[in-house]
Write a protein that binds this ligand. Structure first.
Ligand code: NAP
Length: 483
C-alpha cells in the first residue's frame, strides 16, 4: 500500500515512523519547506521555545534524558525531531520544497492523486494530511500597510538578516509567540511599542538551564525521567480541568494567575492596560515570567488603542496618534480555521473538503471525514490541546491511522471510510461537550467567526487516548476493490 503524507513536522514524521514500524514500506512525505521540522523549522523567532516541558513534549518511544532545560528552545526541538527521523530512517522519505496544490480521489481507480504546485504528482492508496492547525501566518488587514516605508515581517517568517539593535519597533499582537520574543526585542530596540488587542492570563515560566546535578539525575537515576513525564502529564490535565470547570477549578487557576500577575505588574498603568477581561483559560494561558516585566521597561510602551492604519512612517491608532517606527513585527498568529486549505482536497464524486467544511471543520476524532476514503488528518479539527502535548495526540492519531490501514489490508479492501452517521454523532458530542467550559466565554482562534469551536478537544488527553486506542471497524465502511 502506498501512503503519501503531507507535512514533515512532528505529525507527519510520527505517522511515518508508526507506519514503517508496522510494515508499511511505500511512504512518501511531501513538505513545502527545504527540510523537515514543521512549526519548529518555521518559528525561529528570538526566544522561541515550547512552553510544554520537553519531558512530555517528545515522542514516548524516543525519550531523551539530556534536555537542556524544562522548556527546550526551538533549535533543540528541531534537532530532536531531525535526530528521531534519522534514527528511524524516515528522514529519507521526505521530499522537500514540494508545496502540495491538490489531492484528488479517483473513483474509478480508487487511488489518491497528490499534485504539487510545480506539477509533479504522486499516486497512493491512502493520504495523511499532517499540515496541522498553525502553519499559515495570518497577517492583519490594516489600511495603508503597503504604504509603510519601514521593514515588516511575521513572527513565523522571522527576518534574521534584519538588525533590530537601536531601532524603533512595533509588535502587533500579544499571543504565545509575542510573549516569547518581546522580552528579547525589548533589550535591543531603542523603542518598542507593543500593540495589544486583548490582555492575557499568565502563569510563571522561568526556564533556566538545568543545573548539572539535575541533568545527571535525569540521566542516571532510573525512573526519574519517567516520573517527570507522568507528573507533567497530570499537571497538564489539571489545566484542562480548570478550563472545563471555570466555576470551580477554574477559579483556583484564576487566583493563581492573578496573584502572579499582580506581583509582576508593579506599574499600575501597565497593569490596568494588560489585565484580561475574560474567563481564565478561554484563550490560551500564557507561560512567561519575562513578558510582563519587559512591558514595564522605560523603552517599552503598551498601546491598547485600536490600530487604524499604517502610515509611511509608523502605526496610527484610533486616538489619532502616530507612533513612528522602523519595523513592524506581526505576532498575529495563524489562519487556524483554514487547516490545510488552500490545498484542494476532493473526495468521492469530486466533492471538495472545503465545501464539506464550509461551516467549520469537523472529523471523527479529528481524523476521518465521510466521503474521503483512506484520507486521514493529523492535528485535525477539535484535536488541539489548551493544556497538554500535541505530540501525545499525534501518537494516538498515528496508531489509529495505522490500524485503519491494517484493516484495509487484512480485508483486501480498496479503502476505508468513516460512516456519515458516526462522524455526525461524534461531532455533535464534541460540540455539546463545550457547554459550560471556559472555551465558550470569549472569542479566540479556536473558533470560527460564528462561534463554533473547531480547534480544541473538549475533554482530557486521557479521553482522547481512550477513544482512539482501538479502531472500531463497525464505524467504517470498506470499499470493495473495483473490478
Ligand atoms: P495568537 O495566539 O493567535 O496571537 C495573536 C495575537 O495577535 C493576539 O494577541 C491577537 O489578539 C493579535 N491579533 C491578531 N490579529 C490582530 C489584528 N488584526 N489587530 C491587532 N491584533 C491582532 O498567535 P501566536 O502567538 O502566534 O500563537 C498561536 C498559537 O501557537 C498559540 O496559541 C499556541 O497554540 C501556539 N504556540 C505555542 C507556543 C509554545 O510555546 N508551545 C509558542 C508560540 C505559539 P486577540 O487576542 O485579541 O485576538
Amino acid at each position: 500500500m502506498r501512503v503519501v503524507i503531507v507535512g514533515a513536522g512532528f505529525g507527519g514524521i510520527g505517522a511515518a515512523i508508526e507506519l514503517q514500524r508496522h510494515g508499511f514500506r511505500d511512504i512518501t512525505i511531501l513538505d513545502h519547506g527545504p527540510q523537515l521540522g514543521g512549526t519548529w523549522r518555521d518559528n525561529s523567532y528570538p526566544g522561541a521555545a515550547c512552553d510544554v516541558p520537553s519531558h512530555l513534549y517528545s515522542f514516548s518511544f524516543a525519550q531523551r534524558r539530556n534536555w537542556s532545560r524544562l522548556c527546550s528552545p526551538q533549535e533543540e526541538i528541531l534537532g530532536y525531531l531531525t535526530d528521531v527521523a534519522t534514527q528511524f530512517g524516515v528522514d529519507r522519505l521526505v521530499v522537500p520544497d514540494t508545496r502540495v496544490a491538490s489531492c484528488d480521489w479517483d473513483d474509478a481507480r480508487q487511488v489518491w492523486r497528490t499534485t504539487s504546485e510545480d506539477g509533479r504528482s504522486w499516486e497512493s492508496e491512502a493520504i495523511v494530511v499532517a499540515t496541522g492547525q498553525l502553519h499559515q501566518p495570518a497577517y492583519p488587514t490594516i489600511e495603508g500597510a503597503d504604504r509603510f516605508q519601514g521593514h515588516r515581517f511575521h513572527s513565523a517568517r522571522w527576518d534574521h538578516d534584519y538588525d533590530r539593535r537601536g531601532k524603533r519597533v512595533a509588535v502587533i499582537g500579544t499571543g504565545a509567540s509575542a510573549v516569547q520574543f518581546v522580552p528579547e526585542i525589548a533589550e535591543q530596540a531603542s523603542r518598542l511599542f507593543v500593540f495589544q488587542r486583548t490582555g492575557n492570563w499568565f502563569l510563571p515560566r522561568k526556564n533556566r538551564a538545568y543545573p548539572p546535578l539535575l541533568r545527571a539525575i535525569f540521566q542516571h537515576v532510573p525512573g526519574v525521567q519517567a516520573f517527570r513525564r507522568k507528573f507533567m502529564f497530570f499537571y497538564c490535565e489539571s489545566l484542562t480541568m480548570m478550563i472545563r470547570h471555570p466555576r470551580s477549578w477554574g477559579r483556583l487557576g484564576h487566583l493563581r494567575s492573578a496573584a502572579f500577575m499582580r506581583l509582576q505588574l508593579r506599574d499600575p498603568e501597565v497593569r490596568r492596560k494588560v489585565w484580561p477581561d475574560y474567563t481564565f483559560g478561554c484563550k490560551r494561558i500564557l507561560f512567561s515570567s519575562a513578558f510582563l516585566p519587559a512591558l514595564q521597561r522605560p523603552n517599552v510602551e503598551v498601546v491598547t488603542e485600536r490600530i487604524t492604519s499604517l502610515s509611511d512612517r509608523g502605526v496610527v491608532t484610533s486616538d489619532g496618534v502616530e507612533r513612528e517606527v522602523d519595523c513592524v513585527i506581526y505576532g498575529t498568529g495563524f489562519k487556524t480555521n483554514d487547516f490545510m486549505f488552500p490545498m484542494a482536497i476532493n473526495g468521492t464524486g469530486g466533492r471538495a473538503l472545503s465545501d464539506v467544511w464550509a461551516d467549520g471543520a469537523h472529523a471523527h476524532l479529528g481524523i476521518t471525514v465521510p466521503g474521503f476514503p483512506s484520507m486521514f488528518v493529523m492535528y485535525g479539527p477539535n484535536t488541539n490541546t489548551s493544556g497538554g502535548s500535541i505530540i501525545a495526540y499525534h501518537e494516538a492519531q498515528s496508531a489509529y491511522i495505522r490500524q485503519a490501514l491494517e484493516q484495509v489490508a487484512r480485508r483486501r479492501a480498496a479503502a476505508i471510510e468513516v460512516r456519515a452517521e458516526v462522524e455526525a454523532a461524534s461531532d455533535a458530542e464534541v460540540q455539546r461537550s463545550f457547554d459550560g467550559t471556559a472555551w465558550t466565554r470569549c472569542d479566540s482562534w479556536y473558533r470560527t467567526p460564528d462561534g463554533r469551536i473547531v480547534a480544541n478537544w473538549p475533554h482530557y488527553m486521557r479521553d482522547y487516548f481512550e477513544r482512539t486506542r482501538e479502531l472500531d471497524p463497525d464505524e467504517f465502511e470498506f470499499l470493495e476493490p473495483a473490478a
